[in-house]
Write a protein that binds this ligand. Structure first.
Ligand code: A3P
Length: 267
């Protein structure tokens, strides 16, 4: 006869550490933390820590990586997020090696706002930083300085072209960072076709922070807003600088819209 287990002692084989079936690839300052924290509310997913495996410690091996994933039961989706997999050259090859079926989520944002957001974060850490204009343009006046990470990371089309050598477009889900702010429940609820469990009732608008916050985060009783570095005020950047950057990004954006079949409306 089959063994009879006491109610609190089911065999461990029911829960396993699985490789992620879905990865949030980035892009940092796009809204990746919000996506992760909001998805945590969903019972059908399990989110790993942020080990930066595919960009920093791949040599530790896939077995190590899997051991870091939460234990899941059948039907749950394991996910992991990293801020910079999308722009890591080796990541597509390595992730394809882990599983060619991996679903890939990229949180994207208007690139000019995104670049200013990156600058705001850097400025909060290094108050003596040169002005945005000085960093964005060679010698402050010349062509856009694409060597600055806040500029070249935004060339989404180039990064995506590399990924498409390994994964079909159908594996990608592009989430607009802006929608995460305006309609977090609607956006997160639809990620990966999960059951519509996360709804407006999980959020409230925190007027002091100026962003939606969680009424109750997973495992907590208190309301929860994202940390101080998420949703920080942006420095004022002259309109002429903003316009020049829009002009610079326009052809790259156009290419990105063609590749994804979706007009993100950033122009
Ligand atoms: P800003 O700080 O420029 O406003 P990431 O987590 O990928 O680094 O992204 C940070 C960005 O997430 C923030 O950029 C902010 O716009 C966005 N965001 C989206 N939803 C948010 C929320 N509920 N609270 C705070 N920031 C949020």
């Amino acid at each position: 006869p089959p063994p009879v287990y006491p109610a609190c002692d089911w065999p461990a084989a029911t829960a396993v550490n699985a490789f992620p079936q879905a990865l949030i690839l980035g892009v940092k300052k796009g809204g990746t933390r919000a996506s992760l924290e909001f998805l945590r509310l969903h019972p059908d997913r399990a989110l790993g820590s942020e080990p930066h495996f595919f960009n920093r410690c791949y040599e530790r091996g896939l077995a190590w990586y899997r051991s870091l994933m939460p234990r899941t039961v059948e039907g749950q989706i394991t996910m992991e997020k990293a801020p910079s997999y999308f722009v890591t050259c080796e990541a597509p090859h390595c992730i394809h090696g882990m599983s060619p079926d991996t679903k890939l989520i990229v949180v994207v944002r208007n690139l000019v706002t995104w670049a200013i957001s990156n600058y705001a974060q850097a400025l909060s850490r290094m108050p003596g930083l040169p002005s945005f204009r000085a960093l964005a343009f060679c010698h402050g006046l010349g062509p856009v300085d694409t060597a600055w990470s806040a500029m070249h990371i935004g060339l989404y089309a180039q990064h995506l072209a590399h990924w498409l050598c390994y994964f079909p477009l159908s594996h990608f889900l592009f989430v607009r960072g802006k929608c995460l702010v305006s309609n977090p429940a609607g956006k997160v609820g639809r990620v990966l076709g999960l059951k519509r469990v996360i709804t407006d009732k999980h959020f409230y608008f925190n007027a002091t922070k100026g962003f939606p916050c969680l009424k109750k985060a997973q495992g907590a009783r208190q309301p929860h807003c994202l940390g101080k570095s998420k949703g920080q005020p942006h420095p004022r950047v002259p309109e002429a600088v903003v316009q020049r950057l829009h002009d610079f990004y326009r052809p790259f954006n156009c290419k990105f819209y063609q590749m994804t079949g979706h007009d993100f409306g950033w122009d």
